[in-house]
Each structure stands twice: as structure tokens, then as C-alpha cells.
Ligand binder design. Structure first.
Ligand code: UDP
Ligand code: UDP
Length: 466
């Protein structure tokens, strides 16, 4: 652990307690450490082991403050959203974090001078604490510039509350080449219920975001220049594209090799057999109904692709006889895996993904094309981006053409093979494009790259004017 009292500027990182929000900020810690900054990560007792393990080869300090107890409907001891009994409790959980404010401020009092803090957008109340102590707050956005820009523009244009049918395709004046529907957006933006906890929470998030010093974006300029430029001309806060955080910024020689999961051996074997593998995973958060699991299973079975499928919850059952029927063609894993390691494996040639933003970036950095099956939050926008804007994958077909429609197995089988192999132009194009983007992504974070320079500029600006 590094000493808190070093002479290097101290940066506080405070991730939100969801895996998809915490992981990228912990990766970002490495970017700051590489710049000789001192990093302290704030977490809660139950999340501490994950944070410690993720940063075990670094000098980052890890401090935990108590998580609020007695949150109605949330069993005590749950300090991470992926452990919630239902995603419907998400906002209740997120709103309760405001009760950590007094502890957070006690910590700020005890720390030596903090140069700046990077805190998740959901921890909106950290802005007030930051102001009290005269520390600039950068808000961390776990979303693409594309999704943030389209949401802003759609909200401004009024189409989200307009008379259009949920699936009617419309265009936004600013981005006339994109055709999208209300169904691409979350209901909280379309039909907010004033006075509800969710609405109040969103208002707090949005207002604190706008008053923050800047916005740390996990993306790179070359991926989405138009959308970055749009956000950059908008009023506040100024976006800083300094990612992708999942890119390997340095070889990690000092890292002890972890015990590889059995799936790595299985993937090695597939490479020897010259087979391509489709990696199937839907992130840490989404709830998947039994009907959907069944369609995925049938789709994988009938597509005859080799697949590695990570299923998050033990209780999500597979159709009878599925495992026996697919035999060694498929592997089902029910543990936490190192997704980056899997995507980087040479046997993995495609990713059936819910399009959480981290998964999209991890796939791009590994040069793996995506088969998009969005489920919630801004994943519908990410899927649109993947297919139409950056062209690194296809989207599974829904029964009724609606972006939120049910996906039947046929919608998956048709595309899985085309994505990974074969001679169709469509398949070849996405495979080439994702390889090209992988090179650009990994270059962006290297010395002299766009994200590298942006981070240098930000650090100079923020540390020198203090
Ligand atoms: N947001 C944020 N940080 C993030 C993701 C989202 O501050 O990493 C904010 C942002 O203002 C966004 C809002 O939270 O508009 C809702 O985001 P999200 O789609 O993740 O939440 P949900 O769809 O579950 O309401
Ligand atoms: N992840 C992982 N192992 C797992 C499940 C998820 O490493 O078994 C990681 C994944 O690599 C990504 C994050 O968890 O970094 C999930 O973030 P994403 O934005 O893709 O989806 P979310 O979980 O937020 O829906």
C-alpha cells in the first residue's frame, strides 16, 4: 500500500458499488499511478476485498467507509447492486448512498491535500462535500459519448414525450443519419414520475453532474468524434475522453499469474482443434427471464457454434438435457470470470453481449466482433452504436422488429456463424473493422495517443491551478 503522505498529488477515486461502475475506475487508477500521482480508492467493507484484489500489484491505498444499514427492502450486508434481490431496488440502493456523506467528509478532513476527486455520477452528493473542502470533483460517466449525446439531444428535442409510437423511427436534427425510437431510451427519461425516488435521484445526479469540474469518459476520441465534439460544445461539464480503461497500458510483469479457470484450458483446446468460440455473457447486472435463457440455449444448440457461456445466477436453469446434447462443443460457467482474459484469448472470435459499455470496450480492445442482445439501461443505444455507427457487430433480430422485442432462437442462430466466420461481406466487414479499432484503441492510451494527451492536459490543468 502506498503512503498517503507522499509528495505526489493525491487523487481520490470513489466508484459506485456496482461491478460495471467499479471495474473501470479501478482500471483508471492505473492510468493515474502511471503519471506518478498518489491514488486513494474509497469503498465499503464488503466491496473492499474485490478492490484490494483488483489493485493488489499497485501502490493505490484503499480506504473503506461504512455502508448505510437498514435500507428498506434491502437485506443487510448487501453493498453491491449485482447482489440485489431485484434490479427494481437499484434506485433505492443508489439513493441510500447519500447517507455515507458524513463519513466521507470525515475522511476528507483527515486526508492531506487532495488535488482532485473522481466520483461516480450516482454519488451525486460527493459534489457538495468536494465544494466544502475546495476539491474539484470530476464526475465519472460509465457511458459512451454516443449514448450521453443522444439522450441529451432526445430530451431537448421533446421526442421522448411526444405522441410517437414507442417503435416509430424518428431522427434528431443534430444527428440526421441516426434513426431511432423511444424504445431506445429508458423509461425514466420518457415518463418520469415527479416526486418518485427515481425521479428525485435522477434530478440530483443530473444537477450535480452539470456543476462538476469535468466529466471523465471511458472512451477514446477516434471512436466517436462527432459525439464527443457535441458534448464538448455543450455547456457543462467538459468531457475528457481518456480511455479505454480496459486497454493494457503497461505489460503487467509483476502480476502473479492467477490460477487460470478451467475455461482457459478448454479454450486452448478449441484453438488446437482450429475451432472459433463464441463467448456469451450478459454482464453483472441484468436479470434474464427463464424464457430468454431458453431461447439463448436453443439458439446456441442449433447454431452449432462452439461457445463459452457465463451464467450469472445459479437459479437460472437450462433446458433439460442441454449440457449433454451440446457436449464438448459448449462450456457453461457459473463463476465470476476474468472477462478481459477470455476476450483476449485467440480462440474467441465473437461475443454475444448485452452491450454494457465496459463489455463493448473490452470486445473492441480485443478485436472481437459483437452480436448485440441489449437488455436494459442504455444498452439499446450501445447496440445501435455497435451495429450502425462503429460497425463492429450485428444485433440479434427480435420477433416483431421492436428494439425491445422478444428474441427467439432463430434471431441468434442466423447471425452467430456469420459474425465469426464465413465469406459474407457483412461478416468480413465487421471483423476487419473491429481489428482496426482495436489497434486505434490501444494506441490512444499509449504515450502520445489521444487519450494519453487528454489525461496529461487534464492533470496539468487541475493540479497546477491549485
Ligand atoms: N449516470 C452516471 N454515471 C454512470 C451512469 C449513469 O452519472 O456511470 C447518470 C447519468 O446522469 C444518466 C443517469 O445516471 O443519465 C442514468 O443512467 P443509467 O442508464 O445507468 O441508469 P438507469 O437507466 O438504470 O436509470
Ligand atoms: N465481468 C467480469 N466477469 C464476470 C462478469 C462481468 O469480469 O463474470 C466484468 C466485465 O468484464 C465488465 C463488467 O464486469 O468489465 C461489466 O460491465 P458492463 O458494462 O459490461 O455490464 P454491466 O454489468 O454494468 O451490465
Amino acid at each position: 500500500m502506498g503512503s498517503i503522505a507522499s509528495n505526489h498529488p493525491l487523487v481520490l477515486l470513489f466508484p459506485f458499488m456496482a461491478k460495471g461502475h467499479t471495474i473501470p475506475l479501478l482500471q483508471f487508477a492505473r492510468f493515474l499511478l502511471r503519471r506518478d500521482l498518489t491514488v486513494t480508492v474509497i469503498t465499503t467493507p464488503a466491496n473492499r476485498p474485490f478492490v484490494v484484489e483488483s489493485l493488489r500489484d499497485t501502490t493505490a491505498s484503499i480506504v473503506d467507509i461504512p455502508f448505510p444499514d437498514e435500507i428498506p427492502d434491502i437485506p443487510s450486508g448487501i453493498e453491491s447492486t449485482d447482489k440485489l434481490p431485484s434490479t427494481s431496488l437499484f434506485h433505492k440502493f443508489a439513493a441510500a448512498t447519500a447517507r455515507m456523506q458524513a463519513h466521507f467528509e470525515r475522511l476528507l478532513e483527515a486526508l492531506p491535500r487532495v488535488s482532485f476527486m473522481v466520483t461516480d455520477g450516482f454519488l451525486w452528493w460527493t459534489l457538495e462535500s468536494a465544494s466544502k473542502f475546495g476539491v474539484p470533483r470530476m464526475v465519472f460517466y460509465g457511458m459512451s459519448n454516443y449514448a450521453v449525446a443522444l439522450r441529451r439531444e432526445a430530451t431537448k428535442s421533446g421526442i421522448l414525450r411526444g405522441p410517437q409510437h414507442e417503435d416509430e423511427l424518428v431522427t434528431l436534427t443534430r444527428f440526421p443519419w441516426i434513426r431511432l425510437s423511444k424504445n431506445d431510451f429508458d423509461s425514466v427519461f420518457k415518463s418520469p414520475e415527479p416526486q418518485s425516488l427515481t425521479f428525485e435521484f435522477q434530478m440530483n445526479v443530473v444537477s450535480a453532474t452539470a456543476k462538476s469540474y469535468g466529466m471523465i469518459v471511458n472512451s477514446f476520441y477516434e471512436l466517436e468524434p462527432v459525439f464527443f465534439d457535441y458534448l464538448n460544445e455543450e455547456s457543462a461539464p467538459k468531457p475528457w475522453c481518456v480511455g479505454p480503461f480496459c486497454a493494457n497500458i503497461v505489460a503487467e510483469p509483476e502480476l502473479q499469474p492467477r490460477k487460470p479457470g478451467t475455461w482457459i484450458g478448454w479454450l486452448d483446446q478449441k484453438v488446437e482443434e482450429k475451432c472459433s468460440v463464441l463467448y456469451v455473457a450478459f454482464g453483472s447486472q441484468a436479470e434474464i427471464s427463464t424464457e430468454k435463457i431458453r431461447e439463448i440455449a436453443i439458439g446456441l444448440e442449433r447454431s452449432r457454434v462452439n461457445f463459452l457461456w457465463v451464467i450469472r445466477k445459479k437459479e437460472w436453469g437450462l433446458p433439460d438435457g442441454f449440457i449433454e446434447r451440446v457436449g464438448n462443443r459448449g462450456m457453461v460457467v457459473r463463476e465470476w470470470v476474468d472477462q478481459r482474459e477470455i476476450l483476449m484469448h485467440e480462440g474467441v472470435k465473437g461475443f454475444l453481449s448485452h452491450c454494457g459499455w465496459n463489455s463493448v470496450l473490452e470486445s473492441i480492445c480485443a478485436g472481437v466482433p459483437i452480436l448485440a442482445w441489449p437488455l436494459m439501461a442504455e444498452q439499446f443505444l450501445n447496440a445501435r452504436m455497435v451495429e450502425e455507427e462503429i460497425k463492429v457487430g450485428f444485433r440479434v433480430e427480435t420477433c416483431n422488429g421492436s428494439v425491445r422485442g422478444f428474441v427467439k432462437w432463430e434471431g441468434l442462430t442466423k447471425l452467430a456463424r456469420e459474425l465469426m466466420e464465413g465469406d459474407s461481406d457483412k461478416g468480413k466487414q465487421v471483423r476487419n473493422k473491429v481489428k482496426q479499432l482495436a489497434a486505434v484503441a490501444n494506441k490512444a492510451v499509449q504515450d502520445g495517443g489521444s487519450s494519453y494527451q487528454a489525461l496529461d492536459l487534464l492533470i496539468n490543468q487541475i493540479c497546477n491551478c491549485r
